[in-house]
Design a protein around this ligand. Structure first.
Ligand code: ASP
Length: 350
């Protein structure tokens, strides 16, 4: 079988969760409403040229991704497991607003993935002439179907494809509300770039250690996590409420630069108090690129000594998914702190 035979016969599952991409303008009212995805080949005739088998699955209800909750991620993981042997790859159509959160969470929930799970969406609905949705969809499908000469998926990872770029899902963030370049992966080069052809950055792509051992899903998520964004003028009351709230097991601290925060007594005392109560305190930077290094400045060192752990060069979206996943695996916060130093799915550079 030649490589082209292999890709021509690929079968894909297109999963529609909602978002702008699946909206169509009603010519009479001009209002945007979702279209029936079982008619996808009629709506996007370009897909016929592939001659892949493309089935679709539509979530009910479909949603603006601002409404996405971890329940959707659990349903997605279960659906992918249920259909895993029937398809060569999965394309998830999702609103852009929380796509980076969903792709991050799924990357941790799907273990030993040997098939592509490619999230995509668009800034303009697919029925509008200037839409970015058709290119995003068509290329995401091509990537989800792509196999190497041994018949293995070229990108067996959870990714986001957007505006000619394939990014590791747990490395991407939404950076623009209105440009077609809506996502960037600042700390990790793209896994592929689409021009006249799709150029894969093969050395960066993570492959399963064993192609045949099967997919395992982790749907037990513990969402008792808060995010504390440090800013000039932040008050002791706000910091106490977030760091010491009884309802959280972990707090992501979004700090300045390479992991710095105020070293005023009241602030460090609250951090110490939260750490002493057993909370996991994870430091990620507010900067778009670069990493946390708490050894560089005395303000960073004060956090380290107070019990804060490094999130390295993680995005906030990825840190949230990783904490939900790890807290869901164990009730032991000390173990979670240790595991945060492990690179599970290419989410941190260590
Ligand atoms: N609000 C929409 C959503 O995230 C935006 C989009 O799809 O681009 O569902």
């Amino acid at each position: 079988m030649t490589p082209s035979d292999q890709t021509r016969r690929a079968s894909l599952l297109l999963i529609y969760t909602g978002g702008t991409i699946g909206m169509k303008q009603d010519p009479s009212t001009q209002a945007l409403s979702p279209f029936d995805f079982s008619q996808i080949l009629e709506e996007v005739p370009e897909l016929r040229k592939f001659a892949y088998r493309i089935d679709s699955y539509t979530f009910d209800p479909i949603m603006d991704s601002s409404d996405v909750e971890p329940g959707l991620w659990q349903s997605l993981a279960k659906l992918i497991l249920e259909k895993y042997d029937m398809y060569d790859g999965f394309v998830v159509l999702h609103g852009t607003d929380t796509m980076a959160y969903s792709a991050s969470a799924l990357s941790f929930m799907l273990e030993n993935l040997a098939k592509p799970v490619i999230f995509t969406g668009s800034q303009l609905p697919i029925g509008i002439p200037r839409t970015d949705g058709k290119e995003n969809l068509v290329s995401a499908i091509e990537i989800a179907a792509a196999k190497d000469k041994d018949g293995h998926a070229i990108v067996p990872e959870v990714c986001i494809y957007f505006d000619n770029m394939l990014m590791r899902g747990n490395r991407a963030s939404k950076v623009s509300s209105d440009n077609f370049t809506a996502f960037r992966s600042m700390n990790m080069p793209p896994l592929a770039e689409a021009g006249i052809s799709i150029r894969y950055n093969t050395p960066l792509i993570i492959r399963p250690s064993d192609w045949d051992s099967g997919l395992t899903i982790h749907t037990g998520l513990d969402t008792r996590v808060s995010i504390l964004k440090i800013h000039p003028g932040i008050t002791p009351q706000v910091v106490r409420n977030i760091l010491c709230g009884e309802e959280t097991r972990a707090v992501i601290m979004e700090t300045y630069g390479c992991g710095n925060a105020p070293c005023k007594d009241w602030f460090i005392n609250l951090v110490r108090q939260a750490a002493a109560s057993g909370k996991v305190l994870l430091n990620v930077t507010q900067c778009l690129s670069g990493t946390v290094n708490m050894h560089l400045y005395s303000n960073g060192k004060a956090l380290l000594e107070a019990g804060v752990v490094s999130g390295y060069d993680s995005t906030t979206e990825s840190a949230l998914g990783k904490l939900f996943f790890l807290l869901g695996q164990t009730g032991d916060n000390t173990l979670v702190k240790e595991l945060l130093n492990r690179n599970f799915r290419g989410e941190i550079s260590i």
